[in-house]
Design a protein. Structure first.
Length: 87
């Protein structure tokens, strides 16, 4: 039986490259979200998704991670509220 460490798929350098690319894209998306909030604190997740070019659910997921890290916060309701950058 092959374990995760001995399995050939997990030793392939290409998988490490793919993971690095994925992490880089997530960081770039988070940075773009923060930049958009700086430019327009009233921006909606749909507007962010349209501007960045990814699905609104992915934006919501990244926003949740930023909120959990204490980087951004939502003040007020979905309609009429605004984003605040805490750091």
């Amino acid at each position: 039986m092959l374990t995760k460490q001995k399995h050939p798929c997990f030793k392939h350098p290409k998988h490490n490259q793919i993971n690095k690319i994925y992490e880089t894209r997530k960081c770039q998306t988070s940075q773009k979200i923060i930049e958009l909030i700086k430019e327009n604190p009233n921006i909606s997740t749909q507007e962010m998704a349209d501007y960045i070019g990814i699905d609104r659910r992915n934006i919501a997921r990244q926003i949740k991670k930023l909120q959990d890290k204490g980087i951004i916060s939502r003040i007020g309701p979905d309609k009429g509220g605004y984003w605040e950058i805490l750091l």
